[in-house]
Design a protein. Sequence first.
Length: 121
Amino acid sequence: MTVADCLLLLIVCCQSLVEGTEVVAINDANADDYLSSGFALIDFYAPWCGHCQTFAPQFAEAAAELKAHTDGTEKVVLATTDGTAAESLKLHDSMRVDEYPAMRWCVCVLLACRASCRRLL
């Protein structure tokens, strides 16, 4: 199963729970705003990573599909962050990212307790 297939499955399974959203840039300063009140799928990328560059348009397309299946009952965020940037190091370390691309599925978590995030890639 490809990453795109996983995202499509996520969209189909959650379409009755989501509100419209686009891919957001997330970092240490704004992470709790996005991760504390719903669901988040975070794409950790490195600017030099070819796989990350190839995946970015597919992730944006998934966000558009997610937005198209909105009913407004829950909040789902598709977020992306440069895992090599200084402003994302706490987020990167708390999610135990050790390679790129990396994805994490998070459910209502704060920066202090990220152990509940699931490793997808």
